[in-house]
Design a protein around this ligand. Structure first.
Ligand code: OGA
Ligand code: NI
Length: 361
């Protein structure tokens, strides 16, 4: 295992090929390189929860994005509060985003990853300030074990990229999808503000809904799925993340000490709260660990994670919201910035202790 070979030179050799894990699969490998091996105690399948009913994350109907009547809105806010406190995850249906936009977004992502290697290579980068980049694992050099996943990352707001800055094959749908995400993001931040007992616009005024990055993931079939992950266990750094996943499955969320499956639903979008929201809510809402198992099927798995968080560098300061703290409930975190958090995240790599601990008072 780690330590018995020169891991860093093997990581570098893989990275410098700029072909992604998809490139390894295309080359016909039947065993995965050892840089992808996770320790055996991490990859053992977890026992299912010993309970007669299967636990699932809450589903919330957003009524097409129009929550005009106070009664409906109040009941939706109550559901959001419950989910945000107990699961850190929920899925939304009737969210107002047309199904064909969701389908085209998955197609566009797949199109990017399945196009000619030479075209993709032009986007390959690890520069954290770059607004459009493609690579395998943002934490490839800092994590203990790599994951079986390639990602195209595009910053879409507040500065909307010029069409020509985006990859040709997916630019149109990325711009359209982002417009829709910004709208849905606003509604969800309004509901979360109300769920915290704050003014409807509170989180929007803190600029939580202002910045959007898309992480367009491609999880190729993995020849040895029991030795690695698609994404190892982690929490998101964002305020919130809105996830679109395809029909393959593999996403799991930690709940009450057990991993529960988030089963694909073609009409739903999954919302999870990130570390920044847990920090500003002073732990009222939770940012929960989740992971994706390595793809054991024959088709690639596609997902698009819309991260609401500021682009690096950004010096805006965040700490527990004043209205949510008191002498009985003092601030649990010191002030920080997205940039400081992102640096800490990158240095640490996914998996292991919550990055939030570093900011606790
Ligand atoms: C992420 C993430 C899950 C998925 O991008 O942070 O958890 O299903 N993605 O791709
Ligand atoms: Ni995540």
């Amino acid at each position: 295992m780690a330590g018995t070979y020169d891991r860093s030179s093997e990581v570098k050799a893989f990275d410098e090929m700029k072909i992604g894990v998809k490139g390894l699969v295309d080359a016909g490998i039947t065993q995965i390189p050892r840089i992808f091996h996770h320790p055996p105690h991490v990859t053992v399948p977890n026992p299912p929860k010993p309970s007669s009913t299967v636990v699932v994350i809450p589903t919330i109907d957003l009524g097409g994005g129009m929550l005009e009547s106070a009664v409906t809105r109040e009941s939706v806010v109550a559901k959001v509060r419950d989910a945000a406190e107990k699961f850190g995850f929920f899925q939304v249906i009737n969210h107002g985003i047309p199904l064909d936009v969701m389908e085209k977004m998955k197609d566009g992502t797949r199109g990017f990853h399945e196009q000619d290697t030479e075209v993709k290579r032009g986007f390959y980068s690890r520069d954290i300030t770059k607004k459009v980049k493609y690579n395998t694992n943002f934490d490839l050099y800092s994590s203990q074990a790599a994951n079986w996943r390639d990602t195209l990352t595009t910053v879409m707001a507040p500065d909307v990229p010029k069409a020509e800055e985006l990859p040709n094959i997916c630019r149109k749908i990325f711009l359209e999808y982002s417009k829709q995400m910004m709208k849905l993001g606003e509604l969800i931040f309004e509901l979360l503000s109300e769920a915290l007992g704050l003014e409807t616009s509170h989180l929007k005024e803190l600029d939580c809904a202002k910045s959007l990055s898309l992480l367009s993931h491609y999880y190729p079939p993995c020849p040895e799925p029991d030795r690695t992950f698609g994404i190892s266990s982690h929490t998101d750094i964002s305020f919130i993340t809105i996830l679109l996943q395809d029909h393959i499955g593999g996403l799991q969320v930690l709940h009450d000490g057990y991993w529960i499956d988030v089963l694909p639903n073609p009409k739903a979008l999954i919302v999870n709260l990130g570390d920044l929201l847990q920090l500003i809510s002073n732990d009222k809402f939770v940012s929960v660990e989740h992971r994706v198992l390595a793809n054991r099927g024959e088709e690639p798995r596609i997902s698009i994670a819309s991260f609401f968080m500021h682009t690096i560098p950004n010096e805006q300061v965040y700490g527990p919201i004043k209205e949510l703290v008191s002498t009985q409930n003092p601030p649990k975190y010191r002030d920080t910035t997205t940039t400081e958090m992102a640096r800490h995240y990158l240095a640490k790599g996914l998996d292991g202790a919550s990055p939030l601990l570093h900011f606790r008072i």
